[in-house]
Design a protein around this ligand. Structure first.
Ligand SMILES: C[S@@+](CC[C@H](N)C(=O)[O-])C[C@H]1O[C@@H](n2cnc3c(N)ncnc32)[C@H](O)[C@@H]1O
Length: 273
């Protein structure tokens, strides 16, 4: 189906307003590729007709499906491994000691833009190891959020193909994954229980959290946003991150250092002032 320049701009602006995702001019064919099936299935005769349907659907369901289809969910276990090493060697010892000093027991991590679960499960494996070996008495949990319902369903199921788990270190694979003997692996309940998955659009002005987090992972999400959306979002994150808490972003992403909200610690790692 043909996508005219005018139709592309309607969809591009809608996607930007609702999800913050910036679709450059070169993304026209990607929009066709991602939405074509939905148009056929829904019996729409043009992208304009589909656009009208999405914008007029008061249930919000059509918009949710659009977000699901347009978002890029590529992810894998232990992506950007240096972050996990830094977490183990520096962040967890520091934060758990500080919790113990304050007589607190809860270490809260938010994985924003968690896609199909590989990132929060990688974190849960690290935490599980750490809990057992280094910080008795501290309970850790992970809130993992995304806009993409399909990716979240996969995350909740916690079942991955053999090649998807190949990056999980052997020791962790043995401890935390179960071989289903049909070429698939399932994340064990002990790890699944550590992660709570929820649908959340990061474009919301307020997030529905009662308590602040000590760690936020938001990696390879803001890469799809423009500078002003990125800056607003990282400023918003600072309201949900405890002072001294850590923000991890993707290695190809940047953060506005002039805001004074975060201190640069090392590439793609920042600490709340
Ligand atoms: C490329 S994946 C990154 C997954 C993981 N963080 C990683 O680094 O491997 C980007 C994720 O951000 C999510 N995303 C994009 N825009 C979003 C928004 N406005 N609110 C919530 N999630 C969003 C997408 O659905 C997608 O799952």
């Amino acid at each position: 189906m043909n996508l005219s320049t005018r139709e592309f701009h309607l969809i591009k602006n809608l996607v930007y307003d609702k999800f913050g995702i910036h679709l450059g001019e070169h993304k026209k064919s990607l929009v066709v590729q991602r939405l074509q099936k939905e148009l056929w299935n829904g019996g729409f005769s043009s992208f304009k007709e589909y656009y009208d349907y999405v914008t007029q659907d008061s249930s919000g369901q059509a918009l949710r499906i659009l977000g699901d289809l347009i978002s890029t969910n590529h992810t894998y276990f232990f992506r950007e491994e240096a972050h996990f090493e830094f977490l183990k060697s520096t962040v967890l010892p520091q934060l758990t000691a500080s919790l113990q000093d304050r007589g607190e027991k809860e270490l809260r991590i938010w994985c924003a833009g968690c896609s199909s679960g590989e990132e929060p499960y990688s974190l849960a494996m690290i935490l599980s190891d750490y809990d057992v070996e280094c910080s008795p008495g501290i309970e850790s949990y992970i809130l993992a959020t995304d806009i993409a319902a399909t990716a979240l369903r996969k995350a909740v199921a916690g079942v991955y193909a053999k090649d998807q788990v190949s990056r999980v270190p052997l020791l962790y694979r043995m401890r935390y994954l179960e071989n289903l003997y049909d070429g698939q692996w399932m994340v064990k309940e002990k790890i699944r229980k550590k992660v709570l998955f929820r649908r959340l659009n990061l474009m919301r002005r307020e997030y529905p959290f009662k308590k602040c987090f000590q760690i936020i992972f938001c990696r390879n999400v803001m890469i799809y946003f423009d500078e002003s959306t990125r800056n607003q979002m990282t400023a918003r994150f600072s309201r949900y991150l405890e002072p001294g808490g850590y923000l991890f972003i993707g290695h190809s992403e940047t953060l506005d250092r002039s805001s004074g909200l975060y201190q640069f610690i090392q590439p793609a790692v920042y600490q709340r002032e």
